[in-house]
Write a protein that binds this ligand. Structure first.
Ligand SMILES: Nc1nc2c(ncn2[C@@H]2O[C@H](COP(=O)(O)OP(=O)(O)OP(=O)(O)O)[C@@H](O)[C@H]2O)c(=O)[nH]1
Ligand SMILES: C[S@@+](CC[C@H](N)C(=O)[O-])C[C@H]1O[C@@H](n2cnc3c(N)ncnc32)[C@H](O)[C@@H]1O
Ligand code: SF4
Ligand code: SF4
Length: 329
């Protein structure tokens, strides 16, 4: 089987599929309070088109992990159907979500064949949640997390972006909360992918700062690096283990050398990197009558030209035109 390999020899086996660019939160590191100009419906891939492309990825191109994301993937009505139709292909199927609606959907998604979820939770404080996301939905997120755990969508992982002066005092309580419930918490460095282009390197909480904050409450030791593979999260044992906490240092501790990712946007564009400047239009090809083999060939060509890394520190770095919510995080 041909594989999605780039010119540096990295093989993309992890397909991240954005199901929609819409969202019911407005996290300040992601999009403005008024929202964005969402993609028009006819431009979105249909459920049939998504299933066809995922099948091509898994059956013809060596994809072994499929993650549905967005925008907010739980807003896509056909999510359980898409999971059901792709879960028999043999790849691991996971979901990254803000958790709103998961209280209702965790059971049906598990039944449809979803293996696990990662839920974003930046704070345990209702007022901070409102400040950070411009919506009063903390209760729904917490209910979604509990439902995911109860439905066996495990290991449940939690994603937290720390923001200076907003939630950076919550590193220790958030870890305590996750340890108590058996969730694997990962702290994330903010990347220049917000729609407002407001990111600054100085404003970002670094992985070193996160670790220093955590060490005020816990003893951290390096986990076995062999376990990491191509995962973005660097893991640390908490108080001797076995519980772990992760740090995703995309900016100060980049992991691009081991990158195994490729993305499909909600409007059917292949992106070989979060920070890609070029996309390959599978939707137009598909709607123009391309065969599975022709689509696979386009996909292979798109991955071949992946750059070595994100280049955030290069003087010539330009933030991509698409924000994270429209790329698929
Ligand atoms: N630089 C970089 N960061 C990424 C990439 N994918 C995800 N991230 C970061 O990692 C965070 C967590 O991503 P998730 O969607 O939970 O996926 P994951 O951590 O790869 O998933 P697991 O397999 O469960 O560990 C995101 O919020 C991003 O900030 C990527 O391709 N490149
Ligand atoms: C874009 S969201 C999509 C899925 C879902 N809406 C959610 O929030 O989990 C996926 C992940 O990207 C993260 N994210 C969003 N903007 C980011 C940024 N500028 N830098 C780093 N991570 C970001 C979020 O915290 C979330 O964990
Ligand atoms: S990070 Fe996720 S939940 Fe927050 S605004 Fe972006 S897409 Fe929505
Ligand atoms: S920034 Fe690009 S190359 Fe680096 S890990 Fe993410 S997707 Fe891969």
């Amino acid at each position: 089987m041909p594989v999605l390999v780039d010119s540096f020899g990295r093989v993309a086996t992890d397909l991240r599929v954005s199901l929609t660019d819409r969202c019911n939160l407005r996290c300040t590191y992601c999009m403005p309070p008024e929202g964005l100009d969402w993609l028009p419906k006819p431009e979105l891939l249909t459920a049939d088109e998504i299933v066809r492309l995922v099948r091509i990825g898994v059956a013809r191109l060596g994809v072994t992990e499929v993650r549905y994301t967005g925008g907010e993937p739980l807003l896509r009505r056909e999510l359980p159907e898409i999971v059901a139709r792709t879960s028999s292909l043999g790849a691991e199927i996971s979901l990254t979500t803000n958790g709103i609606g998961l209280a209702r959907l965790a059971g049906p998604l598990a039944e449809a064949g979803l293996h696990r979820v990662n839920v974003s939770l930046d704070t345990l404080d209702r007022d901070v949640f409102v400040k950070l996301s411009h919506r009063d939905r903390l209760k729904d997120v917490l209910a979604g997390l509990a439902a995911a755990d109860a439905a066996g969508l495990t290991p449940v992982k939690v994603n937290t972006v720390l923001m200076r002066g907003i939630n950076d005092h919550e590193a220790v309580p958030l870890l305590r909360f996750c340890l108590d419930r058996g969730y694997e918490l990962r702290f994330i460095e903010q990347m220049p992918l917000d729609a407002q282009h407001g990111w600054t390197r100085a404003g970002m909480i670094t992985a070193d700062e996160m670790l220093a904050a955590l060490r005020t409450g816990f003893e951290l030791t390096d986990a076995d690096p062999a376990e990491r593979g191509s995962a973005p999260a660097e893991l640390f044992l908490v108080d001797g283990g076995p519980a772990k906490v992760g740090v995703i240092g995309s900016v100060t501790r980049p992991f691009c050398g081991a990158c195994d990712r490729v993305r499909l946007t909600a409007d059917g564009q292949v992106r070989n990197c979060l920070f890609a400047t070029e996309e390959s239009d599978l939707r137009a090809a598909m709607r123009g009558g391309a065969s599975d083999g022709e689509l696979a060939d386009r996909w292979l060509a798109a991955v071949r030209i992946k750059k070595a890394g994100h280049g955030i520190d290069d003087p010539s770095f330009l933030q991509p035109a698409r924000p994270m919510s429209a790329i698929g995080g």
